[in-house]
Design a protein. Structure first.
Length: 141
């Protein structure tokens, strides 16, 4: 696979279970550091990571070593395990089973990166892009 040319960019979005506000500043600090390390360890280039109390956005340059469901499961499962069992903070983190993923053209990466960087402002001001937030319309899972 080392001789395969690829330029794949994906924007993942997933929520905490039942959209509960589980990502406070303590959780965010350890969660984001862990996700950055995990992406690098798995061979992905993390371009941007941000979110609010009940969901996160991940913009990643994707390598075709896993499928998108495998990537989401690896990052979601390992990050909640780390926060709950290894981080030393006394808070729990649980993710919804579902997630959203959008392919991103290379030329649009800077725009999506800015969108992810400004998550807290977007939610505070109600300046959201429906197609990027629609994964949360059904809270049943």
């Amino acid at each position: 696979m080392s001789k395969v040319f690829h330029k794949l960019f994906f924007h993942f979005v997933w929520s905490t279970k039942n959209r509960l506000p589980l990502i406070d500043q303590d959780v965010e600090d350890v969660l984001y550091k862990f996700i950055k390390r995990k992406c690098m360890g798995e061979g992905y280039r993390l371009i941007e990571l941000n979110g609010i109390e009940n969901h996160i956005h991940i913009l990643v340059e994707f390598k075709p070593i896993h499928s998108t469901p495998e990537f989401a499961n690896i990052i979601k499962g390992s990050s909640s395990h780390f926060v709950n069992k290894e981080s030393g903070i006394r808070k729990n983190l649980y993710w919804q089973q579902k997630y959203g993923v959008l392919s991103v053209s290379e030329k649009d990466v800077p725009m999506i990166q800015r969108y992810v960087q400004r998550q807290k402002d977007h939610h505070k001001n109600g300046d959201l892009r429906d197609e990027l937030e629609s994964v949360f319309n059904d809270e049943s899972s």
